[in-house]
Design a protein around this ligand. Sequence first.
Ligand code: BG6
Length: 515
Amino acid sequence: MAANGEWHCEKRAFSKIESFSQEKENNVTETGCLSIIVLGASGDLAKKKTFPALFNLYQQGFLQLNDVHIFGYSRTKLFDDELKERIRGYLPVGNKVSCNVSEFLQLIKYVSGAYDSREGFQELDKAISEHETSKKSTQGTCRRLFYLALPPSVYPQVCKMIKAYCTNQSDVGGWTRVVVEKPFGKDLASAEELSSQIGELFDEPQIYRIDHYLGKELVQNLLVLRFANRFFLPLWNRDNIANVQIVFREDFGTEGRGGYFDQYGIIRDIIQNHLLQVFCLVAMEKPVSTKPEHIRDEKVKVLQSVNPIVDEDVVLGQYRGYRDDPTVPDDSNTPTFATVILHIHNERWEGVPFILKAGKALNSRKAEIRVQFKDVPGDIFKCSKQGRNELVIRLQPSEAIYMKLTVKQPGLEMAATQSELDLSYRQRYQGIVIPEAYERLILDTIKGDQQHFVRRDELKAAWEIFTPLVQRIESGNLQAIEYEAGSRGPDEADQLLEKAGYVQTHGYIWIPPTL
Ligand code: BG6
């Protein structure tokens, strides 16, 4: 009973979050028989992310036993039970919500087949149709969600097969949606080719390009923070902000994915997508409304206002030991670390450096946005000695928003010191479980909300910014500097930050509160 109570609370909290998200632009049905088809079901992404996310949604009542069925499809020959056993170990049990793993696993049916096999996809369609018939679905209310947990090289082929053999034929009111994951191409030309191939088969409202950073709680908070608070409106511009950093750090290396990573590098793996999406939300203008298309229009505009990246604004690094991976070429110049400064050519941001920094095998793991304000004019308290005001949005771990500011040191003496206003989520929102990014994004797909997905023109604009740079790296014009694994990265990156005007505060450290 208690567990049920908690479950209902969570569901209510979720609906509140959803309530401002969007008005429906079209009248597609959001109820009725739902089939979720995970292609690449025996692979890593499906096991580690997709199925656990579906399980969490199931536990919280967002997938109804009576309406939903989940289909796994991949090349591996497996019986239903073998797939279920593979998945079982990855399902997050043990949190507060009561769970029934076996009940969830009952929802899953497995079909094996090649990604270019007509028979395989016909078999899959048969299984889905049987489910729809068994639920006595009214014609035209069936919903089919295809989740491609697959390498992008097979997307066009698989999309062709889905379109030819598995599309919801009685589509009036029902729908077919396709979820795809990065990498979307390796540069502008390949991304555009992929977009055209998929675009010939499905309309843009059917295509959900996932960037899982858009599903993170604090990333989703950015628009509310910026546009629902009077505090920030007048300050958010070149008159007050000195520089912005968007940082991703991992304290482990490429670990077994060296061969894959070497073809992409940190710019394609993290900066061109995850950090650039965050950048858009920090820098864009206020959208006309919270409708997904209005928001995405503004993201495209700010991307189109970014100046071409110059070599002087880039520092690349590669950690020592990266090339020891037998799948990485001995002469690889692939960066595992990069600092790239973007400049926006518009009225709000002219002259403000946006520093995007990402690295693997560093001395800590965190992702954050750091907005540094300019010095106080006519400073009578020697504030610059204490350090500048900063607004820090800690995306992970220890989600928080804190504001570094100068206050009087408590006591008899009149001394100024640096402190913070701290909204630490774990402390402020005790008992609320922050949803996993994938969980939220799959739910959005079911609801038909594309706000937190990358639109085709956004993707194009993102590649327009980074393609010349990745090409210069690949032709050897820009070299990665070696850094020690477990360090801060190359010293040159810190020097670049200083050159860009970032002033580091010494002697102050934010400590996430412990409960
Ligand atoms: C993925 C990258 O997109 O994001 C990985 O390919 C990276 O290299 C991961 O480790 C980081 O995601 P998160 O959610 O752990 O910050």
